[in-house]
Design a protein around this ligand. Structure first.
Ligand code: BDP
Length: 665
């Protein structure tokens, strides 16, 4: 009876989800509306958070009455909740208001998924801190942002509050994201000025009922720039006092302020190294300032310098010796891979190595290196791959560089929403499969019709590997154009540029072979991994082929598992990627009946760009590397369509939003 009730009601909900009407994507995965107002009772005080929960359920819940009640339950963490159904009535319990709101979103999600409650549900978030990092600048631009401008209207704040702030907070809460860093890691010191802190306070006030805590990226030289001190040396008493006073000022305005995210001594940013102090000394000074208020320091390990011979080793080399020296309110924020958010990297060996220091992964949700907002790249499989190697329980929190901006659909590419969604779901539960997450997102965003969900899900699940295939197969990395990181330039050479910003530093193509020797005969990066992996990666014959060019300089004639030589395998991989991109187009073209016309057209045209870009990548890389391998592209494969010299001359005008470089054909 209960199940039938849910389904009958569900049809009604669906009609408003089904995409026959124009849909600008702004409603994200939160599209349900019910025609009958659900009965929702709250035991205890009606707080702003509970009012939101009540409203969400009243608007969209089709099942029986719901009771929300605070409880003490040893099985539940602060944000956890339990749900039970008894005689048609639903009882949601949690130690906190926000836990009850999460319970409400849980019920609404299950409703779309048509999953009845079986027995009692008990849910606790895996990570206490589930945080987005916005790389937003105070002038409204977004570093590596491809979805318009920054959501934060600094000019209008604190007096005017955009409606979107609430929608943003709501979307985050619906997937369990509970913290946000508002500004770029390349931080303007001005964000900590009193003028800006009053603006930040307004945002924090809007986000609070949704359980979102605000953090700020702090520029280490702030005491000099906005405090007018002669130094930012963490051992200087005036500097220490300046940060203590700043913390006090912040907490007076924002009592639940989360803390600072810091990029120090990296890519020209100031840091403790400027004064001969270690990262630990710098981080601890900030940690001490925040400690009285329970604030945290998230200190990034993304450091490398041009003199070191292997960039991939540097985070480990610099931070591992500091293990155990950080305060207990410092978390090291480590990029998932040792170079920089490439389509595929092995994990950064700092994970698991720092036994006496808290660490947290930094994922990149925005697609800096995966086709920006043009390519369909569902990233959950990449993050799942990471968690297969790095024990989620060894990590303290999870962060992701946001892909959100002022575009109506928030993320530029509509399917970019799936990555925001997936990040939140994985931070809540890193053991969820990328398949389940895709299914949840598709059902909520489009329709429950399996004729749509199944093929589109398959396309999503293949998409990241397709990108690896047509951009950087077999462990190749950083073969991008300088600066904007969109298209291929394996030949790129910018006079005077840092060598570790140039592709030739990474691919090392020569007459003998291809790839970076990081084994014991090379840079010895393999030795940074735990013994079992170090041995596996170190040997060219046991190294997983998806990383072979990452860890080895592989001869062109090297026999791969397929029986082909490296050169042939490379040709096959690039071609497979192109084929996959074309198959995505075919899949999508069959989906026209299921989505509104604008959405259909938009995705169709983006998939076309993706397929063209895939050819561009294939031809650029194969024709360039062919100069070294001096071998033909296997005759059974498609011939290149572009000329190497033409491609070399081509410069993508990314600032003018030139989409695809196919004019030079
Ligand atoms: C790289 C980006 C650069 C960022 C830097 C970082 O190209 O824009 O500032 O990482 O993470 O991926 O600090």
């Amino acid at each position: 009876m209960k199940i039938r009730l849910l389904l009958v009601c569900f049809n009604m909900v669906l009609t408003s989800i089904l995409g026959v009407k124009a849909d600008d994507g702004s409603r994200l995965w939160l599209k349900q509306k019910s025609e009958n107002k659900a009965v929702v009772s709250i035991v205890g005080k009606l707080t702003p958070t509970l009012a939101i929960a009540q409203n969400e359920l009243e608007q969209s819940w089709c099942g029986g009455p719901i009771e929300l009640r605070k409880t003490k339950d040893k099985r539940l963490s602060k944000d956890g909740f339990s749900i039970r159904e008894l005689n048609g009535k639903y009882f949601v319990k949690s130690p906190s208001d926000i836990g009850l709101l999460y319970g409400a979103y849980y019920l609404l999600r299950q409703q779309v998924l048509k999953q009845p409650l079986l027995g009692e549900v008990v849910e606790n978030p895996f990570y206490e801190t589930r945080i987005l990092n916005h790389w937003d600048n105070l002038d409204g631009s977004v570093e590596r942002g491809y979805a318009g401008l920054s959501l934060w209207q600094w000019q209008e704040l604190p007096d005017t509050l955009s409606e979107r702030y609430k929608e943003y907070a709501r979307a985050n809460a619906s997937v369990g994201i509970n913290a946000t860093v508002l500004n770029n890691v390349n931080a303007s010191p001005q964000i900590l000025s009193t003028h800006y802190l009053h603006k930040v306070k307004q945002l924090a006030d809007v986000f609070r009922p949704y359980g979102i805590q605000v953090y700020l990226s702090a520029n280490f030289a702030s005491p000099m720039v906005i405090g007018e001190l002669p130094t930012a040396d963490p051992q200087d008493a005036e500097v220490v006092r300046w940060w203590k006073n700043k913390a006090k000022e912040i907490y007076q305005l924002i009592p639940d302020f989360g803390g600072f995210l810091v990029k120090a001594n990296s890519e020209g940013q100031p840091g403790p190294g400027d004064y001969g102090r270690s990262h630990a000394e710098g981080a601890n000074m900030l940690a001490d300032a925040l400690k009285p208020y329970d604030g945290k320091v998230m200190w990034r390990t993304f450091v490398y310098n041009p003199e070191d011979p292997d960039r991939a080793k540097q985070a480990y080399s610099e931070f591992y010796p500091l293990d155990g020296q950080f305060r207990d309110n410092v978390i090291l924020q480590v990029k998932n891979g040792p170079v920089d958010f490439q389509p595929r990297e092995p994990y950064t060996p700092l994970f698991g190595a720092m036994k006496n220091t808290q660490t947290m992964p930094e994922f990149q949700i925005t697609q800096e290196y995966l086709g920006h907002a043009n390519h369909l790249a569902y990233l959950a499989p990449m993050w799942e791959e990471f968690f297969n190697l790095v024990d989620p329980a060894s990590q303290k929190a999870l962060s992701g560089v946001a892909n959100i901006g002022t575009d109506a659909n928030w993320t530029g590419h509509l399917f970019g929403q799936a990555n925001w969604y997936a990040f939140g779901r994985l931070a809540w539960n890193p053991y969820l499969s990328s398949e389940q997450i895709a299914e949840e997102w598709l059902n909520q965003t489009f329709t429950s019709d399996s004729a749509y969900v199944e093929p589109v899900k398959a396309m999503m699940l293949d998409s990241r590997e397709a990108i690896v295939n047509y951009m950087m197969p077999l462990g190749l990395h950083h073969t991008f154009a300088f600066g904007h990181h969109y298209g291929p330039e394996p030949w790129c050479d910018v006079p005077g540029a840092r060598p570790d910003w140039l592709p030739t530093y990474y691919h090392r193509a020569d007459k003998i072979g291809l790839g970076f020797d990081r084994s014991s005969t090379g840079s010895q990066a393999t030795a940074q991994y735990p013994d079992s992996l170090a041995t596996l990666y170190d040997n060219i014959n046991t190294c997983p082929e998806e990383y072979i060019l990452w860890f080895h300089h592989v001869p062109w004639s090297h026999k791969m598992k397929s029986g082909r030589t490296l050169w042939q395998e490379l040709c096959y991989k690039f071609n497979t990627g192109v084929q996959q991109a074309r198959e995505f187009q075919q899949t999508w073209d069959k989906m026209e009946p299921f989505v509104d016309q604008d959405t259909f057209n938009e995705i169709q045209s983006k998939l076309k760009i993706q397929a063209l870009d895939a050819m561009w990548w294939r031809d650029a890389c194969l024709l360039y590397f062919q100069q070294f391998s001096e071998q033909p592209i296997p005759f059974e494969l498609e011939r290149p369509v572009y000329e190497l010299n033409e491609m070399k001359k081509f410069k993508l005008d990314i600032d003018n939003h030139q989409n695809a470089p196919h004019g030079f054909k």
